[in-house]
Design a protein around this ligand. Structure first.
Ligand code: FAD
Length: 379
């Protein structure tokens, strides 16, 4: 691909000078492009994406439209202003739903459950005891008095084995990550923003004339400003950014028409999660905490220990006694860091980063894209 000989037309309509070049066509990059065009319709904006499709977390996630189970919130509260963090997630979801519509997202207000096995009784009690506290903390954010409630009496109807406690989040939902990204891509192109795939960026060079974005295929795009929306890969282009990759593995079973698991389900402090898809398959992911060091990688791949852990969870708890065929297995990479909030900040004049939406980027992504657009408009 090096020394790509671009035609006059390709230069004019695709790789020509841009006011803003966005690197990364995930949820953050595409929403930033759309919000930018809302504010500055005349600006030329281009999105450069390394993969043949957007190839980051946005197309690999579990589609939980969530903002934290109680055990996660307890842990996260130790790291800072929890109400602000949850507000960013909740308003981010609202922004995404407003931008694309629930129909386009396949959004379902199914409610979310956190489950505790009998042997996790102490943690279950700690979380149950916090229901009133978190309901009061979140009331101004979600606009209703009761977000969480004890739903342990529902455990029986789901057929889960060995589960003693279920706590329900009434405000949680699920969506179709594939439809979300298709809708975003269609909207971005319709807003006259080309999304150029197979365009890996190798370097961004800053000069008095602006930014020069150099691609691995030999092409280059001159831009007034650049947005790095490269999430877990952020340090490849901006080594100073405090972003650490964390790989997540997922599997999906064959369709199971007799299983009824309406809702999104969280287990083990959010490190494991499952839900039933509209075609009656079970999606199950997590297990990164089995070996944080091995999973701190941007390399795609699945590992035997994590897949075995997920399958055991499936056979022992979710579908007791059943061994369904596994039809899909994949991985995706999240961006983590010392703080829970994303980085939306200048790397240097003219180069903004909007990265590190951690494991809740479906919730945080559109708000992060929106904030990035405001900063680019302000220059
Ligand atoms: C397995 C898994 C499950 C998850 N489940 C959920 C969930 O249920 N709910 C939730 O809220 N969040 C979930 N997340 C997190 C969420 O998906 C992410 O936080 C969110 O998608 C991040 O969006 P983004 O646009 O910042 O990054 P990404 O979607 O990762 O986009 C970054 C893009 O940059 C591109 N790129 C990188 N480097 C370059 C380069 N040099 N040149 C050109 N392009 C480049 C990549 O190819 C990629 O497309 C999950 C993540 C994973 C991995």
């Amino acid at each position: 691909m090096r020394n790509l000989a671009l035609s006059y037309w390709e230069h004019q309509s695709f790789f020509g000078p841009a006011d803003v070049a966005i690197i990364g066509a995930g949820l953050v990059g595409l929403t930033a492009a759309l919000y930018l065009k809302q504010r500055r319709p005349a600006w030329r904006v281009v999105v450069l994406e390394r993969g043949p499709l957007p190839s980051g977390a946005s197309t690999k996630n579990a589609g939980f439209a969530c903002f934290g189970s109680i055990s996660e919130l307890i842990e996260q509260e130790k790291r800072g202003d929890l109400q602000a963090v949850v507000a960013a997630r909740y308003t981010g979801l609202a922004r995404l739903r407003e931008l694309l519509s629930d129909a386009a997202l396949g959004y379902q207000p199914v409610g979310g459950y956190e489950l505790f096995r009998h042997e996790e009784g102490a943690l279950a009690t700690e979380c149950r005891d916090k229901i009133d506290y978190f309901n009061a903390l979140l009331a101004p954010v979600v606009g209703q008095a009761r977000t969480f409630r004890d739903a342990s009496d529902e455990a029986g109807r789901f057929g889960l084995r060995g589960v003693g406690t279920l706590l329900k989040n009434e405000c949680e939902g699920s969506l179709d990550a594939g439809r979300m990204m298709r809708a975003l891509l269609a909207r971005t192109w319709a807003a006259d923003v080309p999304v150029l795939t197979n365009c890996a960026v190798e370097a961004v060079e800053t000069s008095a004339d602006g930014q020069l974005v150099k691609l691995a295929n030999g092409a280059a795009v001159a831009a007034g400003q650049v947005l790095l929306a490269t999430n877990a890969f952020a340090t490849e282009l901006a080594p100073s950014l405090a972003v650490t990759p964390g790989r997540g593995q997922v599997l999906v079973t064959e369709p199971l028409p007799d299983v009824a698991l309406p809702g999104t389900f969280h287990y083990d402090h959010g490190y494991a999660y499952f839900r039933q898809l509209p075609d009656h398959r079970i999606l199950l992911g997590g297990g990164r905490n089995l070996d944080f060091a091995v999973e701190a990688t941007t390399a795609p791949g699945i590992t035997q220990p994590v897949q075995q852990y997920l399958e055991n969870l499936l056979h022992d708890v979710i579908l007791p006694g059943q061994r369904p065929r596994i039809d899909y297995r994949w991985s995706g990479v999240m961006g983590f860091g010392p703080a829970l909030a994303p980085i939306i900040d200048w790397v240097r004049p003219g180069v903004l980063a909007a990265v590190r939406c951690n494991g809740m980027g479906v919730a945080l992504g559109a708000g992060t894209g929106w904030q990035a657009a405001q900063k680019l408009v302000a220059g």
